[in-house]
Design a protein around this ligand. Structure first.
Ligand SMILES: [Zn+2]
Length: 237
């Protein structure tokens, strides 16, 4: 596929930057955007980065993004944003979640939008669904089918705790292409059985420190244990 990808708004700290909550939209959408681009390229797709980092204001940024998008004949334009307005700074154990916008219900982008939402929901975010908007500048003015993804909420503690840019990017890439890049899997050489020293496996007593439904959380705990000098591995059961 040929795909245009951009992060919305100016970079953090400049005029017309994105939403700020527990995390900063303009920082995180650029992390996600860079990772989406690199994963799509690894999968063999042609990708153009249409992000604007030097807009003089919101209108200028939008115009520059659209100019870059329309300079290429693409199969899809992907606009990466983070949402705000959840007003849940201390967490209520519920994700506010992902939503995506397309220009019309008949847009070819709608199916991509649905798959992107489903993929992001599969890592734990609530699926707020695909919405139609004829007022969003980027959707209105881009030539290729376009989807605007609001990955999750910057002001929802539950979303922020669940979020990491790599998994978010992988979900977006999977939503667009149905493909995933091969994860560099540190645990591959440490599958149960291989990690055990020679001897009777049944005689080993294992100490477990946590069980996580989100892989990233398991990785974070493993990294913490490794950093503390423990010989930790992740076992998928
Ligand atoms: Zn935004």
């Amino acid at each position: 596929m040929i795909i245009n990808v951009h992060a919305g708004h100016n970079p953090a700290g400049k005029v017309a930057c994105g939403a700020v909550g527990i995390i900063n939209e303009s920082t995180e959408n650029r992390r996600v955007k860079d990772e989406v681009i690199s994963q799509l390229r690894e999968l063999g797709h042609t990708v153009y980065d249409c992000t604007c980092d030097n807009g003089t204001g919101q209108t200028d940024i939008l115009k520059k993004i659209v100019e870059k998008c329309n300079a290429h004949k693409a199969d899809l334009d992907v606009s990466i944003h983070f949402n705000s307005g959840a007003k849940d700074p201390s967490g209520n154990d519920r994700s506010t979640g992902v939503e995506a916008f397309v220009y019309s219900a008949a847009s070819e982008a709608k199916e991509y939008a649905e798959k992107i939402c489903q993929a992001i929901a599969s890592i734990g975010f609530r699926d707020r669904g695909v919405k139609v908007s004829t007022t969003l500048y980027v959707l209105r003015h881009t030539v290729a089918p376009a989807v605007l993804v609001e990955c999750c909420f910057v002001d929802d503690k539950d979303d922020v705790e669940l979020y990491n840019y790599r998994d978010m990017a992988a979900a977006i890439v999977h939503g667009i292409t149905g493909q995933s890049v091969q994860e560099p899997d540190e645990t591959e050489s440490a599958v149960p059985g291989e990690e055990t020293p020679s001897g009777d496996k049944a005689a080993l007593s294992r100490v477990q420190v946590g069980a996580y439904s989100i892989r990233a959380n398991a990785e974070a705990m493993r990294d913490k244990l490794l950093a503390d000098g423990y010989d930790a591995i992740i076992v998928q059961a």
